[in-house]
Design a binder for this molecule. Structure first.
Ligand SMILES: [Zn+2]
Length: 495
């Protein structure tokens, strides 16, 4: 077998193992009887070992070496595949096995300690977990060659090539404009009617979101949607698994979280399938992934065109529940803005301030200018500065997120980077197709999906996020399109 074909076969095998792990993870959150949790843990561990062994296989290293030595003769796509797998291989082989085991055990311990600390509102009980996770993160950065810039190592894990300096520059500019804009909206006399949408039977909600997500382009022959406590999207290619949740008095929560996951699902269904497990077939990082979910959730589904098409059907399915709600009230409910201390409850305007807060904290922790013991005070001060909110306790503050308990530092920024990318793509597609909202008003989302397929999905991981954005929009990533979009949509409703 030619070395490149042998490499592809190995990557396909690793991908198959990892996709079984993913399926077990999905099953764990959707179907698993509680009594089977321990068995599932063992199953996960066996598969993780198997995958790790394949990723570190000396033969894989040899193949990479052979292909790199002859790289001048490689096709451009093959060169992309080799470059990406070199990165993965180095990552897998540079971390000592003992360190990987220690980190996995700490992540599981950390999760349980966090859950208990959050329930009790007891930050002191959580602090040692954070200390330990930070120490592990610094060690990991050292192994990966980021010893002098450990936070960059964390960002690079989720978004290849992303640096703290790049994020800092983008977020500082966003912060300057967004903080006063949020204050203006918070002071507006315009308020969505609280509790206007109540008593929506789950069966009807399910039918509506199925129609919506199918119309947006999700292919249910290659994916499905189920129910879990926290919505997510996993799998990929021909087997995309999305989840949602239902609350009879929050029909928009279920709808918008489903559309969000559909954005992730459309991206996964649109990735080229020919060479599974290679850079040609995987997403371009979490920021780009999040841009796809946010674009459909926010720019598309909170817009006038979308509701012009779907509002009649919404009323037809729920005549009694919507009888007293005017079109304007419905549209305002869809675009409700109100600062809240809790990130996962935040609207799309204030959400970014929650992320800027977390980025600022992470940056200081890794720079050594903030001690873990001082975290709650720093959190609350930033919350006042950014959101104008005093968390009433640590449950509303520093204890609210799961991420750090498992050592996931550097993940938060991808949410707001995703919002920026979505807005910049949105600006671009509206220039290219001024009648886009008109398409949506007729229930036609095919042009937009086709454009994303060609320009974003088909690219796989050939380019990092910043390069991809530059190539597709002709401009450097900037917070300006996001601010322009937010002012257009929310300025006209609230100011
Ligand atoms: Zn998402």
């Amino acid at each position: 077998m030619e070395p490149y074909d042998e490499l592809l076969a190995r990557l396909r095998r690793i991908h198959a193992i990892d996709s079984v792990s993913g399926l077990l993870g999905w099953d764990e959150q959707v179907n698993l009887p509680p009594g089977a949790a321990a068995l599932r843990g063992e199953q996960h561990a066996v598969l993780a070992d198997l995958s790790h062994a394949e990723c570190c296989a000396p033969r894989l290293g040899e193949l990479i070496g052979i292909l790199e030595a002859g790289s001048a003769g490689l096709e451009p796509d093959a060169a992309v595949v080799v470059r990406q797998i070199r990165r993965e291989y180095d990552r897998a082989t540079r971390l000592p096995a003992e360190f990987v085991r220690e980190k996995a055990a700490q992540s599981s311990r950390g999760y349980h300690a966090w859950a208990a600390a959050r329930a009790a509102g007891d930050f002191a009980a959580y602090a040692p977990v954070l200390e330990k996770n930070l120490e592990l993160a610094r060690r990991e950065a050292g192994y990966l060659g980021f010893g002098s810039a450990p936070y960059d190592a964390m960002l690079d894990l989720h978004d290849p090539g992303m640096t703290a300096a790049a994020v800092e520059r983008l977020f500082a500019e966003l912060r300057r404009e967004l903080v006063p804009f949020v204050r203006e909206i918070a002071a507006s006399p315009v308020r969505p009617k609280a509790g206007a949408l109540r008593g929506f039977p789950v069966a009807g909600q399910r039918a509506f979101l199925r129609e919506v997500t199918e119309r947006l382009g999700f292919d249910y022959r290659r994916g499905r949607i189920d129910v879990s406590l926290h919505p997510f999207c996993s799998g990929g290619g021909d087997d995309v698994r999305m989840t949602t949740r239902f609350n009879e008095d929050e029909p928009l929560d279920s709808l918008f979280s489903s559309i969000h996951e559909t954005g992730h699902g459309l991206y996964e269904q649109g990735l080229p399938g020919a060479h599974p497990g290679t850079a040609l077939a995987i997403h371009a990082g979490m920021a780009v992934h999040e841009s796809q979910s946010r674009l459909w959730e926010n720019q598309v589904a909170r817009g006038r065109g979308f509701w012009r098409f779907f509002e009649p059907r919404f009323r037809e399915l729920f005549p009694a529940q919507t009888a007293a709600v005017t079109s304007d009230e419905l549209y305002l409910a869809v675009n409700a803005v109100a600062p809240t201390p809790i990130r996962v409850d935040a609207d799309e305007v204030t959400y970014n301030l929650h992320i800027i807060l977390r980025f600022e904290i992470e940056r200081r922790l890794f720079a050594g200018t903030l001690a873990v013991a001082d975290l709650p005070a720093a959190w609350n001060e930033l919350s006042r500065e950014l959101l104008g909110i005093d968390p009433k306790d640590d449950r509303e503050g520093v204890l609210q997120d799961v991420h750090w308990s498992g050592g996931a530092f550097g993940y938060f920024p991808s949410y707001t980077l995703g919002n920026m990318i979505a807005a910049q793509l949105w600006h671009r597609v509206r220039l290219l197709r001024p009648g886009l909202e008109g398409d949506f008003a007729r229930g036609d989302f095919t042009w937009l999906l086709g454009w994303l397929r060609e320009n974003i999905h088909a690219q796989g991981r050939r380019l990092d996020a910043l390069t991809l954005v530059r190539q597709v929009t002709g401009e450097e990533l900037s917070p300006r399109p996001l601010m322009r979009y937010l002012r257009e949509r929310y300025g006209s409703l609230y100011l």
